[in-house]
Design a protein around this ligand. Sequence first.
Ligand code: ATP
Ligand code: MG
Length: 608
Amino acid sequence: MHKVSLFRSIQLKFIVIFILLLLVTIQIIGAYFVRGLETELRENFEESIEATVGIMEVNLKQAFSKDRSDDNPDTPSLEDEVQDIVQVNNTRDVKIQVMNMQSRIIASNDTTGGSNIGKKTTKDFITNVLRNGNENKSNVYDEENNRIYRRAVPIYDDEHTQTGALYVEASLEGVYSQLNDINSVFLKGSALAITISAFLGILVARAITRPIQEMRGQAQKMAREDFSQKVNVYGKDEIGQLAESFNDLNAKLKHSRALTEEERRKLSLVLSNMSDGVIATDRNGYITLLNDAAGMLIHQETEEAEGKFLLDVLQLEDRSVDISELPDSGSMIIDFSDENTIFEIRAKFSTITDEDQDVSGFITVLSDVTEQQEIERERREFVSNVSHELRTPLTTMRSYIEALTEGAWEDKTIAPKFLQVTQNETDRMIRMVNDLLQLSRMDNRSESLHQEQVDFINFFHGVIDRFEMNVSEHITLERDLPEGSLDVWLDQDKMVQVLDNVISNAVKYSPEGGVIHFDAAVQNGQLLASVTDEGTGIPYDKVDKIFDRFYRADKARSRKLGGTGLGLAITREIVEAHQGSIWAKSKEGKGTTILFTLPLENQKRRGD
Ligand code: ATP
Ligand code: MG
């Protein structure tokens, strides 16, 4: 989590504001208080000095007015009396001097640096009083830079003549040191108050910022899609309400995320279980999503294909298709065939638009249409084959009939031959049309099998016996059939058709003196029968095709032998209708084996 440094934290801001407020308050209070206290203390001090001065003024006036003629020998001298008065009013830190009109100090309590009595004062502050008879007072700094309060008053006798001056000098340092003491107490108090309030500030800030910090942490978690926790609600105030709204928001986000998540899961489940391939791209045609089916169809790993260009992946780049011109909800067939396999895909395109109808991407749905295309192709081929097969006998017939009409009918030797040919061709056509009809009925499942329980060994012997009677002496039939019986559930007429076809092919393609071998056995719980000849064989790459309609391995030879190429096709349909399968093994020039299986009756019962 990104941590906020202490210097930027809201907590510190709270504490600083708190302390600043307190400082300003204390400063203002302190300034008023100290100023008031100073004035008060000084006034008190000056008043007390003034009181002393007042008392001394009266006493000195009396002393100066006394008659000191020789008639009163008991009266002490002026100097002594005045000195007494000074001593009586002597206080610590207060200097008192009394001057006569000649500026001589006649009494003093100042003994620093020896007695100064009898000396002439030079201070302007005093001589001014002596000269003018006016009072004087001032606050100054003395030589030692101490604050002092000076006061000088004139002294009169009973006749109101000025007889001298009184000078009082008091140090104000006591007052100021008292003030300093008070100030220091005040400062200590302030410091204590600030410390306590800073501490309180921390507590208050904590209380306020804790929910905010919690919400901040929660918001960061929510940004990481973690909606598991809630924040604590500490009260009903704005922050409490904010926390409540926050929890609400959290719950709603959690819910909507769960919904989207579910939708996403559903979508991905649908996509991964679809047999159709789905490719989603952005507006430029780069793949953003691809399901497994699509990956399989276009032979690309899902992760590998993401980010690739759609047209590259669909191998459309050389078809000069523009991504923006892809047909909306149109489709195209894309040929993915290589030399060995045919593989065709139908791609359906649709565009995704946003609210403003701007294209935001494309969805391509892919489906494998190889089989469909194959069937389509087979159908077309079939029609052309039928037309072709019918045209050959028809043209032959027409030329013979033309010859006959042009006079050949009169020729007793040629006419019957020609008529024989036309009859053969007609037979061939009828046979072919009958074969086609049968195939078509089987295709449409309109011909039902009349199945019954038959011993296949016995049945097989019967069919071979019939052939043995007709086949030329040059061909040997060899049976390798087991003793006993093998019951099969089959339509006898149809199965006769199957064996007729397979055996007649074997006979047809067998050379003079060839051997045809018949086999029957039980394999994997099924009846496996086979007919092997020593004939021409079928080329390796054509073995599987001989069961296709109209397919003849060697066209010229087969046609000469009167084949239509439908025999094995019908055979296969019949065997498959019996839940069996048929296939061929062959070596060119060595011979051919046709094998087919049929479900055994008892096995089938058990299976039911
Ligand atoms: P039809 O059976 O309709 O008279 P057909 O015998 O030519 O005509 P199919 O029985 O379907 O047609 O056989 C298809 C082709 O398979 C034949 O034309 C032949 O080329 C080849 N074929 C079938 N059986 C053999 C075989 N035993 N030996 C060699 N080629 C065979
Ligand atoms: Mg045949």
